[in-house]
Design a protein around this ligand. Structure first.
Ligand code: G3I
Length: 350
């Protein structure tokens, strides 16, 4: 039985040989090892409760990944009911699957500009103040999933163009900055063991957004907010300039905190650059996965929180709804690993 490192050496040399000859897609050497066995850190994937009804999906997910993120059923849009009550059946199912298979659970997201349930908008102040309801929600969800590896406490706080912070119901009612500090303190009180993340996207493609995100993190830390992790979603397009993903990861790692590549996918359909052939786009896609994997694997061990991809098979991706021809993730519709899988596995090699 080959040891982990010698198996990696075999994989790396086979991939290197394959890469230097620029093989056609069908010739790419794709390891048949579980992806998580090729990484020195947790490798995650998002999931929806209903997908676990498919035994092939469940088996593929459990074989290759060591951490699960509920794709949407642990967010307010699913949990908070019109009358202000909470429903947990589906997130409980995902948490149960993770527990049964020895996988970590990661929660997204507690506070997000994009989610503002009516129960909060029309809160009857005689029953609870807005702040009490806000705190109760965060404490209720984090407390229910005690032992989760971590949480996206505040998701996508930076404005789309990078100029300032987003407006939201939460900012409006509890303060642009204060609502974020408050969320982190309430989450910490609810589970002191969880790593508490701020999370955002387009940090590799919009320098202004990366800079504003870094300034916000500095401000939160200076204010004593218990931010203990930094998320970089990494939703990329295949025509993204080489080096941009590595730069964003390295810039964020400068805080010395754990980093979560939290939602990586690489759209080929959204690529608008000079590339025309599908093979060119998929080659670029694979290189971006390798770049991200290598940049993450090169972080100090204590900063390698997890590397999460956003969708198991191409047909499971949120991008499939936008363009059914998009192939953004690591497994094809039949659940077979793609060259992107091989490239990410290669990037994970130290
Ligand atoms: O499954 C139900 C279906 O039964 C119902 O008929 C339908 C219409 O109501 O809704 C379906 O659920 C949808 C779910 O995706 C599954 O497709 C939800 O309405 C929809 O809101 C949900 O969208 C998710 C979105 O976040 C909003 O929560 C996407 O799956 C998810 O991929 C996306 O993920 C976000 C990250 O949280 C943040 N970063 C960007 C990323 C992509 O947008």
């Amino acid at each position: 039985m080959l040891g982990l490192h010698s198996r990696r050496a075999v994989i790396a040399s086979a991939l290197a040989l394959a890469a230097c000859s620029r093989p056609a897609k069908s010739q790419t050497v794709i390891p048949d090892d579980p992806l998580k066995s090729l990484a020195d850190f947790p490798v995650g994937c998002c999931v929806q409760a209903g997908q676990l009804d498919d035994p092939d999906f469940a088996a593929l997910l459990a074989r290759h990944f060591s951490q699960l993120t509920p794709e949407w059923e642990m967010k307010m849009e699913y949990i908070v009911q019109p009358d202000g009550s909470f429903q947990f059946d589906r997130p409980d199912r995902i948490a149960g699957f993770a527990r049964e298979h020895g996988l970590r659970l990661y929660g997204t997201t507690l506070i997000w500009y994009a989610q503002k349930p009516d129960a909060f908008i029309h809160l009857d102040p005689s029953r609870a103040t807005f702040g009490q309801a806000y705190d109760n929600y965060i404490a209720g969800v984090v407390g229910r999933y005690q032992g989760a590896a971590g949480w996206d406490v505040v998701n996508e706080p930076v404005a789309e163009d990078g100029n300032g912070w987003r407006q939201s119901l939460w900012a409006e009612r509890l303060g642009d900055f204060d609502h974020m500090v408050r969320a982190f303190h309430v989450a910490e009180a609810a589970d002191p063991t969880a790593t508490l993340f701020i999370n955002d996207y387009n940090l590799e493609s919009l320098p202004a957004k990366l800079s504003t995100y870094q300034r916000l993190i500095e401000k939160l830390l200076a204010a004593g907010a218990p931010v203990s992790g930094i998320g970089c979603q990494t939703h990329a397009n295949a025509d993204l300039a080489p080096g941009a993903i590595a730069h964003a990861i390295q810039a964020l790692a400068g805080f010395g905190l754990p980093i979560h590549v939290s939602e990586m996918d690489v759209s080929v359909a959204r690529a608008k650059g000079f590339l025309t052939s599908r093979v060119d786009l998929e080659t670029r896609q694979a290189r971006l996965y390798e770049e991200a994997g290598h940049a993450f694997a090169s972080l100090p061990p204590k900063q390698r929180f997890a590397f999460t991809v956003w969708g198991l098979r191409d047909k499971d991706s949120w991008l499939h709804g936008e363009n059914a021809g998009d192939t953004p993730v690591l497994f094809d519709d039949a659940g077979e690993p793609k060259p992107a899988f091989a490239a990410l596995a290669k990037g994970f090699q130290p």
